[in-house]
Design a protein around this ligand. Structure first.
Ligand code: KIV
Ligand code: NA
Length: 270
């Protein structure tokens, strides 16, 4: 299996509703990437690793160093999916030049193919600057977690008419600037559909609509590693329960001196 390319993903849009939806999940480690890779089109090294891996309160403290380290691990663990790395807060907003330096570093140090950044029309000049210089960009509109200190909560966006119009016009601005895909997160469904119809970029929904061109979820959320998740997360497993059961058994066997048993111990040669 050859690694998918950005143009191959873009062609899915041309085929419209008959196209195969784009399957995307987050990955932060090599082993998880290995497990997800055969079943995905794109792997996102999301800055959600701030909460999921590092126990941070939001994505705001995540650094370029963290993204580069986990990005390299995910590229090493995959050979089929396009690997997209999130640009962390503070690494791209100041200027297109700052964004290019950060994005180039991520691609050079990891081997990933593309970056993702949050924001709408204000980020369009940056998206154009990067794409014209060889860096494919995924946009991210609607609920943008790096703006938590402005938004005040992770509630769904686009419930008011003015906010809804801005989400659509933001996505159009990113599309016209050359973004090959746009993540639409946490928006009322009609907005997700309007965005999908308005742009030529691939629209990837999360808390959006099944009518988007593809879907993404945080892998640990959909595997049920956390009790509390957003309403839009479907839990396909109960990983927290699986781990708890296993660790309880281990703890009981260690306490009872029944682990390790003969199978797990080395006997001398003669
Ligand atoms: O960081 C992340 O995991 C993301 C997805 C939820 C889209 O940005
Ligand atoms: Na993110």
């Amino acid at each position: 299996m050859k690694r998918l390319t950005v143009p191959a993903i873009q062609r899915r849009k041309v085929d419209g509703a008959t196209a195969k939806p784009v399957v995307m999940l987050t990955a932060y480690t090599a082993r998880m990437a290995q497990l997800l890779d055969p079943h995905c089109d794109m792997l996102l090294v999301g800055d959600s690793l701030g909460q999921v891996i590092y126990g941070l309160p939001s994505t705001v403290p995540v650094t370029l160093e963290m993204m580069a380290a986990h990005g390299a691990a995910v590229v090493r663990g995959s050979y089929h999916s396009i690997v997209v790395i999130d640009m962390p807060f503070g690494s791209y907003e100041a200027s297109p030049e700052q964004a290019f330096a950060s994005a180039a570093r991520l691609l050079k140090e990891t081997g990933a193919a593309a970056v993702k950044l949050e924001g709408g029309a204000a980020m369009a000049p940056t998206v154009r600057f990067l794409t014209e210089r060889g860096i494919p960009v995924v946009g991210h509109v609607g609920l943008t977690p790096q703006a938590i200190n402005i938004l005040g909560s992770y509630a769904a966006r686009g419930r008011s008419g003015a906010e809804a119009d801005k989400i659509v016009s933001d996505a159009v601005a990113l599309d016209q600037a050359g973004a090959f895909a746009v993540v639409v997160e946490g928006v009322v469904e009609p907005i997700a559909i309007a965005v999908t119809e308005a742009v030529s970029a691939i629209v990837i929904g999360i808390g959006a609509s099944a009518q988007c061109d593809g879907q993404v979820l945080v892998t640990e959320d959909m595997l049920g590693l956390f009790e509390r998740t957003a309403r839009f997360v479907k839990k396909y497993e109960n990983l927290a329960g699986v781990i708890e059961t296993a660790v309880k058994s281990y703890s009981a066997e260690v306490s009872a001196r029944s682990f390790p048993s003969a199978d797990q111990t080395y006997a001398p040669k003669d």
